[in-house]
Ligand binder design. Structure first.
Ligand code: GLY
Ligand code: MN
Ligand code: MN
Length: 419
């Protein structure tokens, strides 16, 4: 922050699931990144003037309430365990706000999250302006702190990469356990349960996003999460499942043959997607861009679809007019970190952002042939394949964090068969 600034950062509160029950608490990613404070309704005040650099407003200790909802660090814990210079109960935030921001040249605050806090800040600035004859100068600007935090979060520090490696390893184990259940007659939710049990057993918070288990044609629905159908012999089942560990997401997709043997058309599509993923992974290095990585995947997918007779024509011309869109309708990559679709700009000055050491993203090409697709050989109807890995850019190339999760078709068959 510029000197003379004060940042006001809001943690998350509880979110209602139904009537009077709540979802488990999940801290705001920026707040977690900056504070490591994992309790609801906190506000952090960080300053670059001569005031105390770090104040944490928190829910105070309360013997009665803690009987219901558990331990709170309280103001004592905020200072003792979270290195806050000052700490007050969250309920005192409003009354302390004028003192916190009077004298600040800039206020860093995300507008639009909490109208009450927005109103308190703008009202306070206005009141300070009215006291200008007493020599008080109100802040000149309210600036979005995400211009700073999202640049910081885009590059992962070694400690973050370590967590992401561990998250990837838990997801590896979970996928292996799910794979063994990819047998005819098993319900999609049984795989989901086995995978999420493995996440929790190894200490992950749970799934980083809703687990997708799509058998047969369900694999052609990109965000299929009902997971309530039975698997059938020789179908494919697409699993998109990754755990969240210490706030960090892993994001992995594998596609398995139910019963352990690919059908002819299933294997043909699978091999095209795998070749596309290899072509994309090969480009992952400092200086490359996500659009270039996507184009490499598209090239292989279009060539493959022409070879299989799904598309007809010159591959380069087909790719140029995006003829693959009915079968490959999503991007190849997104940033990955504390959010599964992580923060960070995709363009800089209108140009794709070149990759740098420490950047983490997914590589996830796919082919999806919906069951009702006209003009495509019936054999391919209802086949959906995606293969997704998590990649960290290194000094000279990349590290595939999820490379230990089998994807070679022979290895996949062996894994499903339990070998
Ligand atoms: N699982 C969400 C995604 O792959 O982007
Ligand atoms: Mn995914
Ligand atoms: Mn993804």
């Amino acid at each position: 922050m510029e000197p003379g600034s004060v940042a006001i950062l809001l943690g998350t509160g509880m979110v209602t699931r139904s009537r009077d029950t709540e979802y488990p608490f999940r801290q705001d990613s920026d707040f977690w990144y900056l504070t490591g404070f994992d309790h609801p309704n906190a506000i952090a005040v960080i300053r670059s003037d001569d005031g105390p650099p770090y104040t944490l407003f928190v829910e105070p200790r309360d013997r009665d309430l803690e009987t219901w909802t558990g331990y709170r660090p309280g103001v004592e814990g905020a200072k003792r365990d979270y290195e806050a210079d000052d700490s007050y109960p969250s309920t005192e935030f409003g009354e302390r706000l004028p003192r916190l921001i009077s004298g600040a040249k800039r206020i860093y605050h995300v507008l639009g999250r909490d109208p009450k806090v927005d109103g308190a800040i703008t009202r306070t600035i206005e009141e300070l302006r009215l006291r200008s004859r007493q020599g008080i100068e109100p802040a000149e600007a309210i600036v979005d702190p995400r211009a700073i935090t999202h640049v910081m979060r885009w590059i992962k520090a070694p400690v973050e990469l370590d967590i992401m490696r561990r998250a990837a390893d838990i997801s590896r184990e979970a996928h292996a356990e799910g794979a063994r259940l990819a047998q005819a007659g098993t319900h999609e939710y049984e795989l989901e349960a086995a995978i999420e049990y493995a996440f929790r057993r190894r200490g992950a918070r749970g799934a980083a996003y809703t687990t997708i288990v799509g058998g047969g044609a369900n694999a052609t629905v990109l965000h299929y999460v009902r997971n309530d159908q039975k698997l059938r012999q020789e179908e494919l089942v697409l699993i998109d499942a990754g755990c969240e560990l210490e706030g960090y997401a892993s994001d992995v997709t594998r596609t398995w043959p139910v019963g352990g043997r690919f059908s002819g058309p299933g294997r043909a599509i699978y091999e095209v997607v795998l070749a596309a993923q290899h072509a994309a992974l090969e480009l992952c290095a400092p200086g490359a861009t996500l659009p270039a990585i996507h184009d490499a995947a598209v090239k292989v997918i279009v060539e493959g679809l022409v070879e299989l007779g799904v598309l007809e024509g010159d591959p380069a011309e087909l790719a140029a007019r995006e003829a693959h869109r009915p079968y490959y309708m999503h991007g190849t990559s997104h940033w990955l970190g504390l959010d599964v679709h992580d923060v960070g700009a995709y363009k800089q000055g209108g140009e794709p952002r070149p990759l740098e050491e420490g950047v983490v993203f997914t590589v996830e090409p796919g082919i999806y042939v919906a069951p009702d697709t006209e003009g495509v050989d019936q054999r391919f109807h209802g086949i959906g394949v995606r293969i997704e890995d998590d990649v960290a850019i290194t000094e000279n190339g990349h590290e595939n964090l999820t490379s230990e999760i089998p994807k070679d078709p022979d290895e996949v068959e062996a894994m499903v068969a339990g070998n």
